[in-house]
Design a protein around this ligand. Structure first.
Ligand code: PEP
Ligand code: MN
Length: 264
């Protein structure tokens, strides 16, 4: 992959007058919860409705996602609200099911980007797709793993690519759940300037009251979009409760952000 020319065609084609917004719950929990959030988000800047249905949890015994039934709920989201849909895929079976069920955007999670075997398996299963595929940074601050993921997908003729910056694990305690290490995302952006760069302030901060400030920092750095976990009852969410915002707060965040255009 010599350069990234042409990789932002899918984003430019959307002709947005605001950053790309991907929002929805960390996890799909019930059909009612998914549809309620989607309906609350339909008249907003949200472009893609996200919901994790296969959840990679660090330790077993936590809620690991509703599984493929969630794909039916995402179909209903699209039928009832017109929102496009997005979910995480972490192996070949997930990719096949997501493609069969017409999910519009697939993302690869931070725990998958660390594994070249898994990324290769996903890339093989996605070969030639025109779906949008976003690669989260790996959990550890290793730029080569992130680049390697992008390269493995690109070499399988997957052209509608982008990356999600969700911060990095660190042994030190910081105010963030995952340290942003902004310089790594900027290095990646310098290497592939056409590759859309999206911030995930939810997993970086781990706390809903920090989401606005970190999102503003990203827009000031000319990021292309935001992925923000949004839930109708955040405190009672089955995963990542502390970092999710309500649909109303998401809309307020979008109103308050100062959107910088490259031409400013
Ligand atoms: C998620 O988006 O809910 C998720 C599991 O993210 P990450 O892979 O960044 O931990
Ligand atoms: Mn989450």
């Amino acid at each position: 992959m010599e350069n990234s020319a042409g990789l932002r065609t899918w984003l430019d084609g959307m002709n947005l007058d605001h950053p790309l917004v991907i929002a929805g719950p960390c996890s799909a929990e019930t059909e009612e919860q998914v549809l309620k959030i989607a309906h609350d988000l339909k008249d907003s800047d949200v472009n893609y409705f996200r919901a994790g249905i296969w959840k990679p949890r660090t330790r077993p015994g936590n809620f690991e996602g509703v599984g493929s039934i969630g794909l039916k709920w995402l179909k209903k989201v699209k039928e009832e609200t017109g929102l496009k849909t997005a979910t995480e895929v972490a192996n070949k079976a997930h990719v096949e099911l997501a493609l069969e069920n017409d999910v519009d955007l697939l993302w690869i999670g931070a725990r998958s980007t660390v594994s070249p075997f898994i990324i290769q398996e996903i890339a093989d299963a996605l070969e030639g797709t025109d779906k949008i595929v976003l690669v989260k940074n790996p959990v550890n601050p290793d730029l080569a793993l992130w680049l390697g993921g992008i390269e493995r997908l690109y070499s399988k003729n997957i052209k509608n690519l982008g990356v999600i910056h969700r911060g990095f694990s660190t042994y030190e305690k910081t105010k963030y759940r995952n340290n942003p290490e902004w310089q790594l995302a900027i290095e990646l952006q310098n290497k592939f300037p056409d590759l859309p760069l999206i911030l995930d302030p939810s997993h970086i901060t781990g706390k809903r009251d920090m989401i606005f400030d970190v999102s503003q920092m990203a827009l000031d750095l000319n990021y292309d979009g935001l992925m923000i976990e949004t839930h109708c009852d955040p405190d009672n969410a089955w995963s990542d409760a502390a970092q999710q915002v309500t649909p109303q707060s998401l809309k307020q965040i979008m109103r308050d952000l100062k959107i910088r255009k490259e031409t400013d």
